[in-house]
Design a protein around this ligand. Sequence first.
Ligand SMILES: *[C@@H]1O[C@H](CO)[C@@H](O)[C@H](O)[C@H]1NC(C)=O
Ligand SMILES: *[C@@H]1O[C@H](CO)[C@@H](O)[C@H](O)[C@H]1NC(C)=O
Length: 408
Amino acid sequence: MASISATWIILFLVLQTSSGFAARTSLFQKNGGGRRVLSYNGADGLCASMVVAQGYQCEEHTVTTEDGYILSMQRIPVGVSGNAADKPPVLLQHGLFMDGGTWLLNPPDQSLAFILADNGYDVWIANTRGTNYSLGHTSLSPSDSAYWEWSWDELSSYDLPDSVQYVYKQTGQKLHYVGHSLGTLIAFAALSQQRLLDMLRSTALLSPIAHLAQISSPIARDASDLFIADDLYWLGLYEFSPRGNAAVVLLEDLCKMPDNDCSDLMSSFTGQNCCVNSSRTDNFLEHEPQSTSTKNLIHISQMVRKGTLAKYDYGNEGDNMKNYGQTTPPNYDMTSIPNDFPLFLGYGGADMLSDVNDVKVLLGDLQDHDSDKLVAQYIDDYAHADFVFGVNANQVVYTPLMAFFNLN
Ligand SMILES: *[C@@H]1O[C@H](CO)[C@@H](O)[C@H](O)[C@H]1NC(C)=O
Ligand SMILES: *[C@@H]1O[C@H](CO)[C@@H](O)[C@H](O)[C@H]1NC(C)=O
C-alpha cells in the first residue's frame, strides 16, 4: 500500500495526458511480451540510473529467494565525501507499486538513501519481486501466471528475510531496517513471528500499515468493497500493472462513483500530502509506478473489507484447510512482537491509507512495549507520500530516525 499515493498521482496524470490514451490498447500485460527478464544487468540498473548520476558510489547485488525469485539490491557503501561508512548497514524497503527508486527520487539532501550514506551508514536498497529490476526467477518467467502467485505473505516470509540475511552475511553486521507502507506490514508480520530478530538492530516504520479496517481513502475502500482485484484475478489477470491502461480504465470507473472526487485524485487516495514537490512529477513518472501481483491486492483488500490482519484468505474452508490446516487464515498477532525490540513509528495526521485510527489500534497492540524501545512520532500535516517524498522529511522524520538508530 506504499506510495500508492504516488501511484495514483501518476494514474491521474496518465489519465490527463494524451500519451496515456495513446497506448490504451495493451491494457494488462497478460503475457510479459518481450520483457527483459533473467538478464538483469547492473549496467542498466538503479545504480546507473539513479545513484551514480548523483555522484555516489554504488554496487549492484542480487538475492535469490528460497522460492526462486531473483531480486536486485543496490548498495551505497560511502557518502558523497568518499569516507567509508562507520555506522551499521541499513536496509530500505519500499512499499506497494514502488521500487527502490522510492529512496532516490528527490535530490540527495532530501532522499533518505543519500542522507543515510552521507551520515555514515552503509545503505542497502531492496526491490521486491515483480518490480522492474527484480523480474528474474530460477525457473519461472513473468509471463507465467505462477510467477505472480503470491501476496505480501510471501514478501514477508521470503523476500524480506532473504534480503535481510543477504546484507547480514555480506557485512557481518546486524542491520537497521526502514520500511514505508507495505514495507512496514511485511516487517510487522515477520517480527510478530519472532523472525529476523537475530539479524536486525531496529526497525523504522514510516506510514505504518498493520490494521486497515479504518482506512479513510474512499478510492481504496471502494476498490476493496467492489472486489476489483478479485475480479481481475478470476479474469486471468495475475499481474497488476499500474502503468497498463486497464488500471486507468478502472480508475475512470472508480471516479464515476459519487464519493470520489477525482479532480483531486491524489488526495482522495492518500490524503493531502503537505510537502511533496509536484514539480518533480516527471522525474517520478520515469521510474514509478511498478507492477505487483493481483493476488497481493486481493490480500490487502481482504484486510480492508474484513478488518483482519491475517494470512491470505483462499475464500473457502477447504483451500484454507489445505494451506493452513485450519478453515480460516491464521492471524498475525502484533502483541507477539518482542517488547524489547526497538521500533520507530512515523505516522501522519493526513494519511488516509495508514489512517491515524488504525495506527492507534496498532499502538494499542504495542502498549506493553518497553517504553525506551518504542518511539511513535506523529506528524500532523503529513500524508502517505510525505514520509518518502516530503521536501522537509529530512528535518521532520529522518533526523529523529537517525537519532533513534544511534541509540539502538
Ligand atoms: C521542487 O522541484 C523543482 C524541480 O526539481 C525545484 O526547482 C525546486 O527547487 C523544488 N522545491 C523544493 C522546495 O525543493
Ligand atoms: C525498467 O528497466 C529498464 C532497464 O532495464 C529501464 O530502461 C526502464 O526505464 C525501467 N522502467 C521503469 C519504469 O523503471
